[in-house]
Design a binder for this molecule. Structure first.
Ligand SMILES: C[S@@+](CC[C@H](N)C(=O)[O-])C[C@H]1O[C@@H](n2cnc3c(N)ncnc32)[C@H](O)[C@@H]1O
Length: 297
């Protein structure tokens, strides 16, 4: 770690660090992120009553890109497993969209406690697991018609091959993964600028540790930046994401890049600069129905 921050924004500060060296390093970073997300999840706790009302009213948080890719969930999806499910709002949105039964997995104790309260209040057929996704229980293997994830997910993980292997084992043969997440190229621009200003980050190997949360997301939680927990993020190039899924044995059937976002990631960007860079990507990948398709390499 260097002592001089690489950069800062309103409410957060970050430093470059080398990518995780080995599995101990991966686990240590995930554990730091657990503590940080326990802190950040209190923001979701404050919205729990509103989330309960939203789900009870049949609400759905699914993004139009997700809805277009997944079509009529009721007709094909009995079981969906949501990796990095946070406090369960998106997970129970899948239920409101017609999924028979949902499972949520998240590393944060506070998020999973919120999710349990949410499903109890809405009588939703949901099961929750508090664990690192790398430790997702094997009792779930081969049970998912859909593994759903994204919307700020991959940047918190420090072992993408491990992530892809978990997805493969959770899916039924023929089941699909869907991910809609932040586009890695968006990291190359300063998120607080009014125009498209280069951030100077290295596309191919950027990892960072940081403190604090963007003011238009979780905010300062009534603490100074120094009082915020340390957390670790990673920029994963699209080719690395694609390669991890393919290496695990999944077949990418659909891939798109979009100027639309799922949150206001460039809150100050002037209108004439919007639509010029990709802000999100989506991938739909399938576990082949026959294991003969599994790659040996
Ligand atoms: C940005 S949030 C996801 C937001 C969610 N899509 C939503 O809109 O509420 C990222 C989530 O990843 C979880 N997370 C981070 N690292 C994880 C890990 N190694 N295993 C499981 N969950 C993890 C965090 O606890 C957090 O809930």
């Amino acid at each position: 770690m260097t002592e001089t921050p690489l950069s800062s924004g309103p409410g957060y500060v970050y430093w470059a660090e080398p990518p995780a060296r080995d599995s101990d390093d991966v686990r240590a970073r995930h554990e730091d992120n657990r503590h940080a997300w326990n802190e950040g999840a209190t923001h979701y706790t404050s919205e729990l009553e509103e989330t309960i009302a939203f789900i009870r009213a049949g609400g759905s948080n699914l993004h139009p890109i997700e809805r277009a890719n997944l079509s009529d969930l009721r007709s094909w999806c009995q079981v969906a497993i949501h990796l990095q499910c946070a406090s369960g709002r998106d997970t129970l949105s899948l239920w409101n969209e017609g999924v028979g039964r949902v499972v949520g997995v998240d590393i944060s104790d506070v998020h999973i406690a919120n999710a349990r309260l949410l499903s109890a209040a809405t009588a939703a057929p949901a099961t929750w697991y508090r664990c690192d996704i790398l430790d997702t229980p094997h009792e779930l293997d081969g049970t998912a018609d859909l593994v759903y994830t994204g919307r700020g997910a991959l940047c918190w993980l420090h072992d993408l091959d491990g992530w892809a292997a978990v997805i493969y084992r959770l899916l039924k043969p023929g089941g699909i993964l869907h991910i809609l997440d932040g586009h890695p190229a968006a990291w190359l621009f300063d998120p607080d600028a009014e125009t498209l200003v280069a951030s100077g980050l290295k596309y191919f190997e950027h990892a960072e540790w940081n403190r604090g949360w963007p003011s238009n997301y979780i905010g300062d939680l009534d603490k100074s930046i120094e009082q915020h927990a340390l957390k670790h993020e990673r920029l994963w190039p699209l080719s690395t994401i694609y390669g991890a899924l393919r290496g695990a044995g999944l077949v990418v059937e659909r891939f798109g890049e979009y100027a639309e976002d799922y949150w206001d990631s460039f809150p100050n960007l002037r209108p004439e600069f919007r639509g010029r860079i990709p802000l999100t990507f989506a991938m739909l990948a399938r576990r082949p129905a026959s294991c003969a398709h599994r790659r040996a390499d």
